[in-house]
Design a protein around this ligand. Sequence first.
Ligand code: URA
Length: 436
Amino acid sequence: MRFCDIIDKKKLGEELSYDELYFAVNGFLEGTVPDYQMSALLMAICFMGMTDREIADLTMITAKSGQTLDLSRFGTRSVDKHSTGGVGDKTTLIVAPIVAAAGGVVAKMSGRGLGHTGGTVDKLESIPGYRVDLTTEEFFEISEKTGLSVISANKDLAPADKKLYALRDVTSTVNSIPLIVASIMGKKLSAGCHNIVLDVKYGSGAFMKTPEDAEILGQKMVDIGKACKKNIRAVITDMDVPLGRTIGNLSEVQEAYSLLGGHDEGLEDLKTVCLTLSANMLSLVHGISVKSAYTMAENALVSGKALEKFKEMVMAHSGSISKLEELLSNYSTVVETTNVISPKDGYISALDAEALGITALNLGAGRLTKDTKIDYLAGITLVKKPGDFVKKGDLIAKLYSTQKTKLIGAEDAFMKAVSFSEKPINLRNIIYKTLS
Ligand code: URA
C-alpha cells in the first residue's frame, strides 16, 4: 500500500477502506508514516469529510490502538462524561462529585488544556498535592472506596489519538466532525465505561460554531456509542460565553468549590449545565427519568454530600483541603491584578469565549507550547456577563497573573472580546437539546 494513494483517494472524495485507515493510523503511530504525510491526509479529511462507515472504522482503530480499561467491576454504575471543550468549563469538578454522591461511579480519565480551551487535569493539579498520575491499581482502589477518581489520561489508552491530536493541534485540522467523533469516541470506548454523557458545545468558544453542527457531531457520537452497546446521551450546550464567572485553573477550582458549597449566586448558567449533565448521567446509572434524576442531583448538591465527595476525592489523591482553603483565601494577595473598567454605559451583549480563552492563556493559564509551565493562579474573573447593564467606570472583570509583565496589554485584549448594546438583550437558553 502506498500512503500517497490513500491521500489521493481522500483528496478526490472517495471512501477509504478499513485496511487503508488501519495502515494510515498504525503507520503513523509506529513512526513509518511521517507527520507531513499524515497532515496531508488529515487536511484532505477536513475538506472532503468521511462516510459514517469510515468514521466508525476510524473510531474503532483509535479505540484499539492501545490498551482498554476494564470497568466491569462497577457494573452498570460506571458513568463517564466528556466535554467537546470550552472556556471556563469546570463542570467535571462539580458533576463528578454530584454523581458519585448519588450512587454513580465516576472513574474518569481527563485531559489537559488544548489551544484556548481549558483541561480538567490542569485544574486538578492546581490543588496542593493532588496527584493526577495514579497507577491503575490506585485508580481502581480509590474509585471502589469513594466512587470517584479523576486522573490524567493514561498514555496507553488510545495512543493513536494522542499522537494524532498533537498533530491536528498544530496543522489546523482539529475542527472536523469525523476527526472529532473518532478522537472522542475512540477515547471513550477504550476507557471502558458502561454509561456515557457527552457535553457537546457550540458557540464562539467551541469547535462547533452553530447548534446545527453540534447536533450533527453529537448524533454521530451517540450512534457509534449505541452501536458499541453503550448507554449514551449527548447534551448540546451553549459556549458562546465562558461558563460561570472564572477562567483559569485555581480560580475555576475556587468557583467549583464555592458552587459545591452552596454559593450559586451569579452562577445560574454553570449550575444548570452541571445539574443537567448530572441528571442525564444518573438517569442512565439508575434507569430512571431525567426529571427524577435531576431532583436526585439537586439533593446531592444542596445537602452538601457532593462537596464531601469532592473533599474525599482530593484527599484520596494526596491533595490537601486545608492548604487549598488557605491558598484560596490568600488568592488576591499572591497575584498581580488588573481591573477591566467599562469605557461607556450600556448592556453587555457578548463576551467572546474564544477571545477570552486566548486572553487567559496569554496570562499564563494555558500552554503556548507543549512544554509551557502553567501559572495555576493566572486567570480571569467576570464581574459582569451578557445581559448586565454597566455604567462608564464600572468594573467588568479582573485579570490575574503571578507575572506582572503578562498583564501588559491584557486589558485591551479583554476589551476586544466585549460587545455593548444600547438596548437590553435576550439571552439564549444554555441547554439547546439532548440527544439519545
Ligand atoms: N476533544 C477531543 O478529545 N478530541 C477532539 O478532536 C476535539 C475535542
